[in-house]
Design a protein around this ligand. Structure first.
Ligand code: CS2
Length: 503
């Protein structure tokens, strides 16, 4: 091996590897990204890299990890460079991305993160912190009792949460007369910008309540003066394996401690509200819109909803990756019927082409070059299913339609959670509710009661008129899982039967 990927070794790379052709040193930081994981590096950082290559030199990214030092430890010796491996059955294109200029680890030095966030050059803060880091209670409001929220209210100068960092830096910017940055949420939440805006206002109100009356309220400032455009992000990014690392090192002739694997497809739809400017993303395939809602719902309910279905049913059927699960005729059929259930819940007047969308999804799920693990998608189901599955199920029931396939995904989530430590390895995937779920499963309740309790824990359909009915559907599927595994659950829906009629 000739050493490690870095600014100094870029010139050694084979000609077919794409590299940043701009002067990285002349790029000024313009974006702070919270949650600098693989998804960010395959998606937003790649779009920004294209803008930098196009000559926009003031949108470099400062990447912040809110928890672990791993990304910083891997990328710092590489000057923030890493390889994006874009893979499908046609082959692989390697591209070195240069848009991440520096990396910070919040728990090590929260002050440095606040310094970055208050730098007047920074005009956009993007986030991919995963669903659970929004710290919502089961009813969707801010979980004000969460220990990290309690900590951040008591220690505004050394926060742990995204809420704490955003609130403190927005307060400091206001005090210094620096215009607020735009907050661009890039997580898979419905109305993600508006959701984060609401949570941050709740957080700021709690802060305001404990500061003296001399200070101007922060909540009103955030409500009126800070832009939170919503965005829909899409690119499938399987976790990098050691085999990936070895293969990429071989292809580069240099070591890269953390290359990122992804597919050719990418999509980003953003509400165009950036009072302090933004890169010209639209030049590189980003769709700038007034209202991202319909796109977001389509993606969450068709892509992510199917993903969760494939993950839990795949795990219960012994499939380790999405492409293998999707090649299983029962799961393949199930996904078509799941889509058929979800599509009527989407806005009908927004010009969405759901047939083209699902056809493309089918091709993406079949990508054998990705080896996207079902266990990876299975993580955090209690946080994901509300917007991916439960929302469509409730919308159908309100319209007098049945949620037979949607409810099977909720049942498969419960069954897969319960199967860990039995037919699935202990800790095969994790969920913030794990302790409470294991306690629940240990109580050996009758299926209907256990299902209702799982709904309560996760806040599924909380307060909704159709809650009881949905629980019944889920409990019926769970009985099938118990009696005859996924085969019986599918058979009850007419899947895998020669005379199948559902759909
Ligand atoms: C997946 C998503 O892990 C998951 O829950 O459904 O990460 C999915 O791959 C992305 O949203 C695709 O854009």
């Amino acid at each position: 091996m000739n050493g490690r990927l870095s600014n100094a070794t870029l010139a050694k790379l084979p000609a077919e590897v794409l590299v940043p052709r701009y002067d990285r040193k002349s790029v000024a930081p313009g974006i702070v990204h919270l949650g600098v994981g693989a998804f960010h590096r395959a998606h937003q950082a790649a779009y920004v890299d294209a803008c930098l290559a196009d000559g926009e030199s003031d949108w470099g990214i400062t990447g912040v990890s809110l928890r672990s030092p791993d990304t910083r430890d891997a990328l710092k010796p590489q000057d923030g460079l890493y390889t994006l491996a874009i893979r499908d059955s046609a082959g692989e294109q390697l591209q070195v991305i240069g848009s991440i200029q520096s990396l910070l680890v919040a728990p090590e030095d929260p002050g440095a993160v606040l310094a970055a966030l208050t730098d007047p050059h920074i005009r956009i803060v993007t986030l991919t912190i995963t669903e659970k880091a929004y710290l919502r209670a089961a009813d969707g409001t801010l979980d004000s009792a969460h220990p990290d929220i309690v900590h951040d209210l008591a220690n505004p100068g050394s926060p742990k949460t995204a809420h704490g960092f955003l609130a403190e830096s927005l307060a400091r910017r206001r005090a210094a007369g620096t215009p607020s940055f735009t907050v661009l949420c890039c997580d898979n939440l419905p109305a993600n910008g508006a959701t984060l805006h609401r949570l941050l206002i709740e957080f700021a109100k709690l802060r305001d309540a404990q500061t003296g009356s001399g200070e101007q309220p922060l909540a009103g400032h955030i409500a009126d003066e800070v832009a939170f455009p919503s965005s829909m992000v899409d690119r499938i990014v399987p976790a990098t394996t050691d085999a990936d690392r070895a293969r990429i090192a071989d292809e580069l002739g240099l070591e890269d401690a953390w290359p990122v694997m992804t597919e050719p497809f990418r999509q980003w739809v953003i509400e165009d509200r950036f009072p302090t400017g933004r890169p010209a993303w639209e030049k590189f395939g980003v769709t700038m819109v007034e209202d991202v809602g319909p796109f977001e719902d389509m993606k969450l309910r068709l892509l992510n909803g199917a993903h969760s279905g494939i993950a839990y049913l795949g795990l219960l059927s012994g499939h380790a990756t999405v492409d293998r699960a999707f090649a299983d005729p029962s799961i393949r059929q199930f996904v078509d019927w799941l889509w058929a259930e979800a599509i009527p819940t989407l806005p009908q007047d927004a010009g969405l082409d759901t047939s083209a969308y699902t056809a493309e999804l089918a091709a993406r799920f079949a990508n054998t070059a990705l080896a996207h693990r079902t266990a990876q998608i299975a993580n955090d189901g209690s946080q994901k299913l509300p917007q991916r599955i439960v929302a469509s199920a409730l919308a159908r029931m309100e319209a007098g339609l049945l949620p037979e396939h949607l409810s099977l995904v909720v049942a498969a989530w419960i069954a897969a959670c319960a199967a860990r430590g039995g037919t699935l390895p202990e800790g095969h995937f994790t969920d913030p509710l794990d302790a409470a779920l294991s306690d629940l499963f240990g109580r050996n309740l009758p299926t209907a009661e256990m299902t209702a309790a799982a709904f309560d824990l996760a806040g599924f359909a909380k307060g909704h008129a159709e809650r009881r009915k949905l629980i019944k559907f889920v409990a019926t599927h769970l009985v099938h899982f118990k009696q005859g595994g996924p085969k019986l659950a599918f058979a009850a829906l007419g899947i895998g039967n020669e005379s199948g009629t559902a759909g």
